[in-house]
Design a protein around this ligand. Sequence first.
Ligand code: XMP
Length: 178
Amino acid sequence: MKESTEILISEQTIKSRIDELAKEIMNDYRGNPLTVVAILTGSLVFLADLIRRLELPLRIALVQASSYRGKTTVPGTLHVQADLLPDLRDRHILILDDILDTGRTLSHMKEEISEQGASSVRTAVLLRKKGRQVIPMEPDYCGFEIPDHFVVGYGLDYNDEYRNLPFIGILPESSGQG
Ligand code: XMP
């Protein structure tokens, strides 16, 4: 890594918050079977950590969605590749995303999955950026509200790098914003 990344949320803080989120989710679903639909690629670390704390009959499904290509921190067209999704009819669905920014990805996915006949559809995000949302929607579970910085680590990337950082960091200015 060329320049050190400023830590916004430490590994330990993320761990404690995920413990709390898992308790909230288990309390709400009360032993009912759940399918967690994770939006790749950014949510993969969140998915791995959260599901190991969920004591529920659980299935995992994956969907690829992206609005950022290569060296940019400005969102472009939303691309969704849903062909990995299993049959979600009559299932309780929890859609998982790394970050709620404009709200386009999560609202699109929620609509698409509801149309497939799920019994219920809820959403969980690890992060929510303040002052950025253009599509009004409230996630059912949210880890942290953060200021409007481009963040990396714990699954989140810039140009497909930094995903392996164990904390959430602020992308160094010199990495080429915009
Ligand atoms: P929307 O705007 O659809 O965005 O709510 C959600 C998706 O945009 C990506 N995103 C980021 N990725 N650092 C990242 O690495 C960020 O600060 C950031 N803001 C948005 C992310 O893929 C998310 O799923």
